[in-house]
Design a protein around this ligand. Structure first.
Ligand code: AMP
Ligand code: ZN
Length: 494
């Protein structure tokens, strides 16, 4: 069977060129994609989930088109310092110090949390999920090559990338558009205060201070690798010195991805990535969701509704639908009203999809299903435009209603095409689930939960709070979350 990708022309916005480009893989039929994973020192927030979701959909679409995809998403479990540059404590080591546990206990706790969140939100696992600490040897080997090529230097047991020297024959700033000459001219080095030749130089290896517990032996010192280096080591190891796609959040473009390009170029002489993709931020009250500022919502708070911003609980698929209604390169602001509206849309789409079985077929079709189906592909082919795809799916909903009321007609064959396409786009590509029919969310269960909510209300009215809390807690342990709102109690199941 001819793979679908042979009949579709996919265009990707390449952050490197600033243009949408036709996607041509390095190896026909194969896609290699690397996405920067989380630094596992705290719970992921909804903003992180959005970025990973953008690439989950990219992964799903490539797979749907019939490509063999190797999707590598790492876990950062060492080397990411507090200020994203070369100063401050390692984020994981700091958390371990504060809690008086092993750094690897922190890593384990938040890696497990990350996986369970992504599972709740119906993410597909990547093909390989390597860790920074599992690739120290590879990182040391890259540093040796960069030193041999004259583009890194040692200072007091640390090794720094020589940005100024690199820029004599390469272009530091090629991705972010930053002008290194300006950067060099505008920074005055305070003599003796830094071991770097220039402030723009970044660490490939840092000598560990005596109190730094995450340390490994190297030719230069007992220390730890720089944050940018791990992604170069792991992408090269699993995808090769050159590969198709590298993704991450917009905030990683500089310095992280700029430094990755420089490291690869300095090591192999090649630009590592053909298509750079950057996902835009999820904001709350107009400001970027971030761990450090506390301006964020946790994914589980959405599912439980336990956050003052929320009037009720929202299911994982509604959350997915909310996020995918925006294009991945647009900023998306989270608000209760916006997700309430998304819930209405999601319910309408699911109801319509479930009523496909009520449609009666005719000899001939008056609706043009194939043209509509191609428009759905066109939306995804246009840089993964999920909001346009969703608009086309609502065009499908309109067809369904016209067919049900017999204003339009459809042949048996077209109905099959139509229903397969709806299901492929909704479930396989957007990764939504029908929460009413899948999982436990069927009518009987809904009635039972509503009965328990009634009993809990009665217990509360009788001031029997032990019983009412007991009902709530037992439901929570079964994955059924109650949320009390002004219009009564609602629930979600995950
Ligand atoms: P971190 O664990 O901080 O390295 O972040 C993991 C991923 O989430 C990175 O790709 C970040 O760019 C991304 N990210 C962080 N904050 C947000 C946000 N508010 N909206 C979308 N993506 C984000
Ligand atoms: Zn990275």
């Amino acid at each position: 069977m001819t793979p679908l990708y042979q009949n579709q022309t996919l265009k990707i916005y390449n952050s490197l060129s600033g243009e949408k480009e036709i996607f041509t893989p390095l190896h026909q039929g194969n896609v290699g994609m690397y996405v920067c994973g989380p630094t596992v020192y705290s719970n992921v927030h909804l903003g992180n989930v959005r970025t990973f979701m953008s690439f989950d959909v990219v992964f799903r679409y490539f797979s749907h088109l019939g490509y063999k995809v190797r999707y590598v998403r790492n876990i950062t479990d060492a080397g990411h310092l507090e200020n994203d540059a070369d100063e401050g404590e390692d984020r994981i080591a700091k958390k371990a110090r504060l809690e008086q546990v092993e750094p690897m206990e922190i890593v384990q706790r938040y890696t497990v949390d990350f996986h369970s969140i992504l599972n709740d939100f119906n993410f597909l696992p990547p093909s390989i999920e390597p860790t920074a600490t599992g690739h120290i040897i590879e990182q040391i080997e890259i540093i040796k090559k960069i030193i041999d090529n004259g583009l890194a230097y040692e200072a007091n047991g640390s090794v720094y990338f020589d940005v100024k020297k690199y820029n004599e024959t390469n272009h530091y700033g090629i991705l972010s558009g930053r002008n290194i000459e300006d950067m060099l001219a505008n920074t005055r080095e305070l003599a003796g205060q830094s071991e770097k030749k220039n402030p723009q130089d970044f660490a490939l290896w840092k000598r560990a201070e005596p109190q730094h517990i995450m340390r490994w032996p190297s030719p230069w010192s007992d220390g730890f690798p720089g944050w940018h280096l791990e992604c170069t080591a792991m992408s090269t190891k699993y995808l090769g010195e050159q590969f198709d796609i590298h993704g991450g959040g917009m905030d990683l473009k500089f310095p992280h991805h700029e430094c990755e390009i420089a490291q690869n170029q300095a090591c192999t002489g090649n630009a590592p990535v053909n298509y750079w993709m950057h996902a835009n931020m999820l904001t709350l009250n107009g400001k970027k969701m971030a761990k450090s500022t506390g301006n964020n919502i946790l994914p589980r708070e959405i599912i439980s509704g336990n956050n003052d911003i929320l009037s009720k609980a929202f299911s994982p698929s509604v959350t997915r639908f909310f996020m995918l209604q925006a294009h991945y390169r647009s900023i998306l602001d989270f608000s209760n009203d916006a997700i309430l509206a998304a819930e209405k849309g999601y319910n309408r789409l699911m109801e319509a999809f479930n009523s496909l079985s009520e449609i009666e077929v005719s000899e001939n079709s008056s609706v043009d299903i194939n043209t509509w189906k191609q428009r759905c592909y066109d939306a995804m082919n246009d840089d993964f435009n999920t909001p346009i795809l969703i608009a086309e799916l609502f065009e499908g909903v309109r067809f369904i209603n016209l067919l049900k009321e017999k204003t339009e007609s459809i042949s048996a064959e077209d109905l099959k095409t139509f229903s397969n396409a709806m299901s492929g786009f909704i479930f396989d590509i957007l990764g939504l689930k029908d929460e009413k029919t899948s999982g436990a969310g069927n009518d009987k269960l809904e009635n039972v939960v509503n009965m328990l909510i009634g009993m809990r209300n009665e217990a509360r009215a009788n001031k029997d709070f032990a019983l009412s809390d007991n009902i709530r807690n037992q439901l929570t342990s079964l994955g059924i979350h109650l949320k009390d709102g002004k219009d009564g109690t609602t629930f979600t199941i995950n």
